[in-house]
Design a protein around this ligand. Structure first.
Ligand SMILES: [Ca+2]
Ligand SMILES: [Ca+2]
Ligand SMILES: [Ca+2]
Ligand SMILES: [Ca+2]
Length: 342
């Protein structure tokens, strides 16, 4: 327990030292890990996931290295999809819920991969010697945005979902990271350090009209656009510890929806916009939680003495109408509560 706790502390310190978003993933990018253990583990699919059910994906190092898992939206039936000795992180569902994008260093540096939703057919899309991380699937399924430092600068790129047609979207000379799409696919919200500390920006999907939404001395990160298009959730340390905030897409209407003494990271919306999953360190280790979109009724979904991180809710229920019948009871589709400011 103690060793694990100090490992988590080291990760947090490394994140601070890196001056980056504070994600364990990015902290690890800035530190040296021994990822290449002898003896390759074969990857393969598994039986048991019903693709017509809502699932939440996330990553965890509970089995000794980061793996991509999915679970039911009540936290049950947690399944390791990647089963590879390398670091596998930051899952992002395709809009038809048939595939999951993620990033991994199994080919000796970080690349963006896709796999089937049952873990089969894990495929490297980027194959570049620099770091390619944090994939985000476009709402129409045709493109994947991601971060790469292939020019020496950290920028946001977009490629076709088969890895062809690479385009660079940012050229600021500072780190631009964490892309997330608007639900209509016309815009991308992202983070940038171009103004000194990390802020949230938006741009058109072709890289045009890059506009800052936040402006403060703290680190603002992990933006996630609401499925209804009206809100952007993100995490920030502006109120001493890390909290989840909502704002309108022009940066107005800011609300802190967590307001507690622990750190909350990486919000992700349920497909109907009524709930938000996130990671909180209330137990000393990061676990995945879910709350209503106004911050009420937080519930813990994972219970593990390692970090569970970067939850991503399967988009199935907004895309496939039959899925509505498959949602277990307490999670029936309902109107999104309106966040209340203090
Ligand atoms: Ca792994
Ligand atoms: Ca690479
Ligand atoms: Ca800031
Ligand atoms: Ca907090």
């Amino acid at each position: 327990m103690k060793a694990l706790k100090s490992a988590a502390a080291t990760l947090a310190l490394a994140a601070l030292a890196a001056g980056s978003t504070g994600h364990p993933a990015e902290a690890a990018l800035a530190t040296v890990e021994p990822p290449y253990l002898p003896g390759a583990v074969e990857t393969s699919g598994f039986q048991g996931v019903d693709p017509l059910r809502d699932r939440i994906s996330f990553y965890s190092n509970r089995e000794g290295n980061n793996e991509i898992y999915t679970m039911n939206i009540d936290g049950s039936n947690q399944v390791n999809l990647t089963r590879h000795y390398s670091q596998d992180r930051s899952p992002d569902w395709s809009p038809d819920a048939g595939k999951i994008a993620f990033y991994s260093n199994r080919d000796f540096n970080f690349d963006v991969y896709i796999m089937d939703a049952d873990g089969a057919r894990q495929t490297n899309l980027t194959r570049h010697p620099n770091a390619d991380i944090l994939p985000a699937w476009s709402p129409d399924g045709t493109k994947i945005a991601f971060f790469s430092n292939r020019t020496g600068m950290g920028d946001i790129y977009v490629m076709n979902a088969d890895g062809t047609g690479l385009q660079r979207l940012t050229t600021s000379g500072a780190e631009d990271n964490s892309p997330a799409w608007s639900p209509d696919g016309n815009r991308i919200v992202f983070t940038s350090r171009r103004d000194g500390n990390q802020e949230i920006y938006i741009m058109d999907a072709d890289g045009g009209n890059q506009t800052r939404l936040t402006n403060n001395d703290a680190r603002d990160g992990s933006p996630s656009w609401s499925p209804l298009g009206d809100k952007i959730a993100f995490d920030s340390r502006r109120d001493i510890n890390q909290e989840i905030y909502l704002m309108d897409t022009d940066g107005s209407g800011l609300v802190n929806i967590t307001r507690n003494i622990y750190d909350q990271f990486h919000p992700d919306w349920s497909p109907d916009g009524s709930r938000i999953t996130y990671t909180s360190n209330e137990t000393g280790f990061g676990d995945i939680y879910v709350m209503n979109a106004n911050g009420s009724n937080p519930e813990r979904l994972t219970d593990n003495p390692t970090w569970d991180f970067h939850s991503d809710w399967s988009p199935l229920c907004t895309r496939v109408s039959m899925c509505v019948d498959k949602i277990p009871d307490p999670y029936q589709i309902s109107p999104r509560p309106v966040p209340q400011a203090d």
